[in-house]
Design a protein around this ligand. Structure first.
Ligand code: SF4
Ligand code: FES
Length: 231
């Protein structure tokens, strides 16, 4: 029988199987840790750092979505240091990305009292939406680079590899190989990337047309006609 790992989370003793992440261990005793880049369907990569927690004896804050529970760990999920870190992450995100259609992140901004004007928007990404196929739009001004779309397009689900990170530093972005229009890539328009995007950077064309006030009939015809052309 597998020996359980016992640790404390916010003073509560918890025993979990080996290799359980701190996030899962916390959830098992009803402690909520915020996440942004993490998605149940994707491999955790600890990119956004909103889930950091304080572990006694550790110098750095630790991302709960990837760190594994260890025997005797004493974990604190809502200390002032942790909350300040989360607040800063949210403020930096707000300075760089259009979060207007990211309800979960907007809720966190509210919860942590983040000042969205604390940092100037000097690095704000403002590329125009890419409208190159009949199924979905890509508005990378809203992209937080969480990597979920790339992961589901690759080994986490679809094995299609149509999109990936490109560029470096401030120029980092999600795109297709050689920036080809989506219909010229390996994309099969499965919609998995759209489904996991937390900010509406990826949006179904039907939804977009409805938001533009198009009548439902025209919206249905718009993508149905394309499907007939592809077959
Ligand atoms: S397009 Fe959406 S899912 Fe992909 S990295 Fe950007 S925010 Fe994440
Ligand atoms: S949710 Fe853990 S680093 Fe993003």
């Amino acid at each position: 029988m597998t020996e359980l790992v016992t640790l404390t989370i916010d003073g509560v003793s918890v025993s979990v199987p080996p290799d359980t992440t701190l996030l899962k261990a916390a959830q098992s005793v009803g402690v909520r840790i915020p996440t942004i880049c993490y998605h149940e369907a994707c491999t955790a990569n600890a990119l956004c750092r909103i889930c950091v927690v304080e572990v006694e004896g550790a110098r750095m804050l630790i991302p709960a979505c990837t760190a594994k529970a260890a025997p005797g760990m004493q974990v604190h999920t809502h200390t002032p240091r942790v909350e300040r870190s989360r607040r800063t992450i949210l403020e930096l995100l707000a300075s760089a990305v259009d979060l207007s259609e990211a309800p979960e992140i907007l809720a966190l901004i509210e919860e942590y009292g983040a000042d969205t004007h604390r940092y100037p928007n000097t690095v704000r990404r403002t590329p125009p939406p890419i409208d190159d196929n009949p199924m979905y739009l890509r508005d990378y001004a809203k992209c937080i680079l969480c990597w979920r779309c790339v992961q589901v397009c690759a080994e986490d689900a679809q094995y299609t590899f149509a999109i990936n990170f490109g560029g470096r530093g401030y120029e980092t972005h999600i795109g297709t190989f050689y920036d080809k229009p989506m219909p010229e890539t390996t994309c099969v328009f499965c919609g998995q990337c759209v489904g996991v995007c937390p900010t509406n950077a990826l949006k179904p064309r039907r939804q977009w047309l409805l938001e533009q006030g198009q009548p439902a009939e025209a919206v249905i015809q718009a993508s149905g006609g394309w499907r007939r052309r592809r077959s």
